[in-house]
Design a binder for this molecule. Structure first.
Ligand SMILES: Nc1nc2c(ncn2[C@@H]2O[C@H](COP(=O)(O)OP(=O)(O)O)[C@@H](O)[C@H]2O)c(=O)[nH]1
Ligand SMILES: [Mg+2]
Length: 400
């Protein structure tokens, strides 16, 4: 669970005092909320908050603004520095999350706490220039747009001094996203955008908290949102390191699958199938290799070793990808692996049972067909076993 704000700038609650209900004045919804996710940004957070406040102050929004910092318990204690600033400015709130981690879910937490009419999402490392925020807010607050994206690819925007590899990642990510999702936004990978409260409330329940680029989720899950873009130059990190790594790219792919195929089949099930196929390939490869290298006396153990290799690879990939939010860590992986084996055994029994049922019901001419690997009945039995295994693994092994 998230630890709630240390300081609130939203509505004042009704409290009970001396048996009487006392209603404290309810403060108006601020015009703008800026959500700033942070992880190990101790060197940047105070500078970013200062600059953000100065740009928002100079704009003088009629109903004011608020800033919500969402920190995932950073080891460098970014949250403590943010709390210190918040103590002197009631417009700043700090959410320090103890057990949850991840950029997309941090942004969603921030948006759920924020109460502004327009909500902006912005990084804390000054790669997103706080001076752009009022330009992002205006089309949503006054122009009737639902989303305004700070874009590096339109309206004079640029990637600044992005390395070639990061440019390539962004270009590929953008192209794949635009192709799969059919969005017209030129920079759906941007993490800097403004969104109207109305649109957020419509779309938020279906947003996947695992997607790295939360904007993609907002663009793809809504029905033809009215989107506009504002060009800006992606700056250099003031201090510290990027958190973009291999697992982030992997999460991005999972999010894309979820956004495209997931409209028809549940994304987790699609991942489950894909991982299952990898397990089968591992099993076949180990079996081939073992048979090629050994004598016939080793034939049975090699089959077992191959099956086991496939199962272990499957478990590790499911744990890291398919059921990542419910991932087992440390010693819990042993219990998970045992449970996964039991469920797989159950699948094997279901498969054998369905095959037996089909062969007893089939006319004798079809028994040859039944015996063929990858025959339609074999695949039907496999599909039933897989669907069953998926649900049991989701419910018990990973307790989703
Ligand atoms: N709360 C939270 N913030 C994160 C997490 N990962 C990254 N961030 C913040 O998200 C923003 C973007 O991250 P960054 O590493 O700069 O990504 P890049 O700009 O794509 O290289 C920064 O403000 C980070 O501090 C996370 O797991 N949790
Ligand atoms: Mg950054």
């Amino acid at each position: 669970m998230s630890e709630r704000r240390t300081q609130r700038s939203g509505r004042t609650p009704t409290i009970a005092a001396d048996e009487q209900l006392v209603s404290l004045p309810v403060r108006a919804r601020p015009a703008v909320s800026v959500v700033v996710p942070t992880y190990n940004e101790a060197d940047n957070i105070e500078v970013v908050l200062d600059r953000l406040r100065s740009h928002l102050d100079s704009h003088q929004y009629r109903d004011g603004y608020e800033i919500v910092v969402v920190d995932d318990n950073s080891p460098d204690e970014t949250w403590r520095l943010a709390q210190h600033v918040a103590e002197h400015d009631h417009r700043i709130s700090v959410v320090r999350r103890a057990s949850d981690r991840g950029l997309a879910s941090a942004v969603l937490t921030g948006l759920s706490v924020a109460s502004g009419s327009v909500m902006v999402v912005m990084d804390a490392d000054l790669q997103h220039d706080p001076a752009v925020v009022p330009r992002l807010v205006a089309p949503v607050l006054e122009g009737g747009h639902q989303v305004c994206v700070a874009s590096r690819t339109s309206g004079g925007g640029s990637f600044g001094r992005f390395t070639r590899s990061r440019r390539l990642i962004s270009f590929t990510g953008n192209s794949v996203a635009r192709l799969l999702l059919g969005t017209h936004c030129t920079d759906p990978m941007s993490g800097f955008f403004a969104i109207s409260r109305g649109y957020y409330e419509t779309v938020a329940p279906s947003v996947n908290p695992r997607g790295f680029k939360i904007l993609l989720e907002f663009l793809a899950r809504g029905k033809n949102p009215n989107v506009t873009e504002v060009g800006y130059r992606f700056g250099e990190r003031l201090s510290g390191e990027t958190k973009l790594n291999g697992s982030v790219v992997l999460n991005y792919l999972v999010a894309l699958i979820s956004l495209s195929i997931g409209r028809v089949l549940p994304a987790t099930f699609v991942m489950y199938l894909a991982v299952g196929l990898i397990g089968l390939a591992v099993r076949a490869a180990v079996e081939q290799l073992g048979t090629a290298l050994s004598t016939s006396a080793w034939a049975s153990p090699i089959v077992l070793i191959a099956v086991e290799a496939g199962l272990v690879v499957n478990y590790l990939l499911h744990n890291r990808i398919t059921f990542e939010p419910f991932r087992h860590r440390g010693v819990h992986m042993i219990r998970g692996l045992i449970s996964f084996h039991v469920v797989s055994l159950h699948g094997l029994l279901v498969h054998a049972g369905v095959m037996a049922l089909l062969s007893s019901a089939a006319p004798s001419a079809d028994t040859e067909l039944l015996a063929t690997t990858f025959s339609p009945p074999f695949l039907l039995a496999g599909a039933l076993a897989t669907i069953g295994n998926y649900h049991i693994n989701a419910g018990t092994t990973w307790q989703t």
